[in-house]
Design a protein around this ligand. Sequence first.
Ligand SMILES: [Zn+2]
Ligand SMILES: [Zn+2]
Length: 483
Amino acid sequence: MFADLEMWDAATALASDSKSIQADQILKRKAQTLQEKNDLVAAAATYTQVGDYLKAAEILGSQGYSDKLIELVRKVSNTEITALQKCLYYFKKLGHNIYAIETCKKMGDLKSLVNILVETMQWEEAFQLVQLHQQYQELVSLPYGHWLAANDRFEEAQAYYIKGGKPEEATRVLKSLCQSSVHQKCFDDAAYHYFSLSKQLLYGMNSADVKHDFYISVHEESKKCRELSEIYYAYEKIFRFIEDPFTLTLPEHLISCALFLLLKLKSNIPEGVSQRYILYTLAKVSNTLKEFKICKFAFEKLRGMRMDPTWQDAIELGTALIKGKGEGSPKQMKCYQCDSNYHPTNLKDDSCVICKEPFVRSFLSFEPMAIARFEPTVPENEAITLIMEESVESSPVDMFQKQLLISERQENGYSPIKLNAEQLRDLDFYKVFIREIAGEKQYYMQLSGPCAMLSKCCQQFFIEEQWEYLIISQGQCPFCRAK
Ligand SMILES: [Zn+2]
Ligand SMILES: [Zn+2]
């Protein structure tokens, strides 16, 4: 009767004195009644009192009462797994991570704990846990790798993908970063990611333990990625100039950069790269520098291309204006390798028309460097030992230049000069550069002209003076961003 009248204290007092009435039954009825009357906090408290923690958790969680819910977690025994899991479910749903973590710890549910620490990017605590429980290494390392990659810390990310047992993940993420950078027209990022990808593809590669064909194809892919990184790195300067003519790139460098791209990109234009942009930059900048021969060359090429009307008018006008200007004073360029003069508009590709030596350009100014490639005729280890031996030759550069002029090279197309053991010994070690790209060693010799330097970080050539200035002013390599 007390229960019917909702006189709960009297009802439970009576029940505790009676053997036939169970106090729990009374309390359950009390909780149900309170719930029906929407007095939910009181209902949950009564369910807790009677030991129905699951019901209490459902009521508190569904109403978003996080503080009451954590009180419940603290009150119950850690063996009440079902109720605790329900609490955890609601904390996660409500985004109350601190309480979720406390609940996981109480339950001893390390897997859920690791997942929450990862979701909330509490990496330090997550890694502390992994140190004690190695079985969760993958759960932390892979997401941490993704997080590092998304924050441009790719070198570090790679190590975590490997720890997480998924080295191929590094390649997948990098490929998608390359694509999205190109789509977003962030060409400097595209260059950086393609360069990272070229290195990543070779990660763990060992010529001894991979099948020959596979080894070759991976190295080819790596080389292609490096080439793309170089193209996007140069194209970024062109793109910036068109989008914002107040770019900081020097006009002379922009001309060399545009020429480098034009000569490199005969067909197979990479996605996002516009030849119109390159030619228009060349026309505009050469006009400013009174290099009218280059300017006419660029407008001529532009006129042969299909254009939308906005471009068409600018090109017609530019072509008409340049016609009356003669050739200006065209600057002849000198090939460092064979000493012959040439004009950039006469080049067929990015190499000297006379000696066929490919230009190796500075990766800041894009000017051809005063270096020439050679190939030892002896095995690699022996070649390096010979080069390192003290030179007795007074002017190895002359010996080099003589070889560069050998007519055979002109007739049969390009191949690097071959140097035998004796000639290698005569080289001045300090004027030799050995660069390694995609597992292949390339040997270069400094010729008379601006001093070259080969960056250790990305094996790119720079004019020494410009590199030193760069490192002081920017504190990092402009190509690979190494500090
Ligand atoms: Zn030449
Ligand atoms: Zn670098």
